[in-house]
Ligand binder design. Sequence first.
Ligand SMILES: C[S@@+](CC[C@H](N)C(=O)[O-])C[C@H]1O[C@@H](n2cnc3c(N)ncnc32)[C@H](O)[C@@H]1O
Length: 825
Amino acid sequence: MAATGETQPAKHQEVGHKSLLQSDALYQYILETSVYPREPQSMKELREVTAKHPWNLMTTSADEGQFLNMLLKLINAKNTMEIGVYTGYSLLSTALALPDDGKILALDINRENYEIGLPIIEKAGVAHKIDFKEGPALPLLDQMVNDVKFHGSFDFIFVDADKDNYLNYHKRLIDLVKIGGVIGYDNTLWNGSLVAPPDAPLRKYVRYYRDFVLELNKALAVDPRVEICQLPVGDGITLCRPRKILHGSMAKISEKIAQLGWFCGSSITTAITGRTFIPACKTTVKLKNPRFLFPRTQPLYRCCRAMSKSKGTLSSPSLLVVRENINLTDEERQIFERLLQVVRHFNLETQLRVAGGWVRDKLLGKECYDIDVALDNMLGKEFCEKVNDYLIHAGEETQGVGVIQSNPDQSKHLETARMCLFDVWIDFVNLRSEDYTENSRIPTMEFGSAEQDAYRRDLTINSLFYNINTCSVEDFTGRGLDDLKSGKIVTPLPPKETFLDDPLRVLRAIRFCARFEFEMVEELKVAAADNDVKCAIADKISRERIGHEIDLMVSGNQPVKAIACISNLGLFWIVFTLPPNFEPPISEELDRICVSYMDEAWTLMHGIGSCTFSDEQRRLYLYAALFLPLRKTIYGDNKKRIVSAVNYIYRNSLKLKGSDADNVIRLHNAVEKFSSLIPLVVSNEGMQPAEVDWKSDMIDVPVSLKLRILLGLLLRDIKDFWRAALMLSILLNKGSSVERVVDNVRLFKKVEEEILKLSLEKVWEVKPLINGRDIMKVLEVKNGGPVVSEWQQKVVEWQLAYPSGNMQECIDWMMRQKQLNHPTT
Ligand SMILES: C[S@@+](CC[C@H](N)C(=O)[O-])C[C@H]1O[C@@H](n2cnc3c(N)ncnc32)[C@H](O)[C@@H]1O
């Protein structure tokens, strides 16, 4: 590293500061003269170091300054803001990138630091671009948000201040940044601590802010208003670009960044945010001048390197790293030790191996309670009996042993014994090899070696063993660990062969691909889309198993990704089979349209805040969105009744619960009704309910009360699915483009607010004031029948119109109606 006491190299002294700073040589020079061994710890130290190295303003790593400078030129920024100035290193870098009439509004609670760096900024000839304001940033932002002239006025905003306020800044900045402008949040990798194991020795300060940074990352990842791109430059910068108009430009910027040889961290971006905006193929980490990195960024650099090598092993929103070995919990250690005691006590020479998902999840650092133990020389039942013999010998209570017979339709290909040890249920099976016969996905089984057992499994990442005897991970296919690290979905044997043997594996591969956000290798995609495999899926797998896999996908963490994958592989209509003779005919593109509805529903749900729904509501909402384009498709069933095709898909093609089918269809019906009511709810011009084409036989009440009746009836029908119905209705009517997401969220909030204002939240729980018998008394009729039912409906409407009315008032109203000789009395 060059430079110690010198402030500038001689050749630059001749041309003066200004030309030096405005030339590209500036950054090289700053890099070469950056000599901080660490960040200054006190104001005194800062002053001393700055006096000695006046160019050395930086608290930010040098590459960050270079990056900002490049970015601002790239987006032609003119009007910018910086929150968190300190001594002004990033300020100088950005000021230099602006045209001469460019502006930076610089906010910091402390002017003293800014003044330390100011002489350098002045010498660089850019001080006139800076408007420094001292004070906490939030109130200043509030003032601007309250003044429309600032709305959408900034090309670039850099946030590098108090991390616990970043989300508060975001709420305000989203109004202040231009559409097509960029907000940059600094430190979103927070010293690499986001990937540190929970027990890592972190400084108190780092640990404290870590949660705020994680929260910010998660919030940005699901904010539909912005495109984001997280770059491992310096300590991590997340760029946010408001959507609309310039859709796709973030990808262009990212590409440019990649071309220029900057870090390209799509794996990290995906890992932390769940969304990739950098071309996925460019995942190499290139660092221009790694040797000039500051010490504090070196762990991050290492972390980025590691990430680039293990692309895809990361899942959002928190970063996951594949471990080299397995860390057992105390409980697991106890269980495994007990099993080994049994082996030793009876001299069994049995190798005990935990198989499949547990090994994969533990290597990914996730806890897993599904322990399957594979035995190499006996059946599971035999071993469980030995465990009980040992427990008797040790004077302990024996445990019940359940034996589950082989049931391939439940994915139990071999007899499984189950027993509870230390309060954990454990499955015991023997290692096996499989042989499949044509037309059946049910193999003939034999005892096999661990290697044979590994190769008969569906995916390499599920074929790993943890050998309890040797405490080691075993990778008999030779690529399970690598595939886990590189995030690849691969079958142990050639994929077509594996899929033809058991076509359910295609769906499992898709499910795991979505769940871990892994990538299917090309060979596997080709095999999954193969016609023979498609036929095998249709012929060899029971519809129940297909339905079960689909349900796991839709309930999982990446439902859209999973269903989109099914569609991309040409499997949509094989999975979701349609009834015979349905009408009207469907378009070729319909599967893609279905997926895009689901995608938009997913985005809208996150835009609104997914906590709006229970898991069950979320699941049915997503199904209803997926099948929305099919809501008018019908067919005649074998009893010649006209039935919805969605009903067929649910009950016949997926064999899922009939009540779920009913709920999805109710949602579809409610969508149509909501569509006619939304304009009325949000109308400022006092639109008349008469204009609503629904419920023409409503009781006669003043117009102002009709809306409550209409909404109330709808909510009583759809109950706590009403938010889901409202969201689907908005999607159906407002159009689907990403640009509309913000409008859609606003519209949802507005209608929701009106419904809550009308106190309709739990209106379906309101009991009728008058029961059928009392209605008969008022009507003076002896028998029930349609007239009474009609009046029951009218009583509900009356109660909706007059929520505080009592029973007597309702009866009086009925009597008056009767006297008026209402046609139905
Ligand atoms: C990390 S330093 C900024 C470094 C600078 N952006 C750079 O790269 O050279 C953080 C700065 O944020 C300022 N700050 C902290 N809380 C603030 C707040 N609430 N409002 C404005 N500035 C704040 C601190 O005074 C400090 O100068």
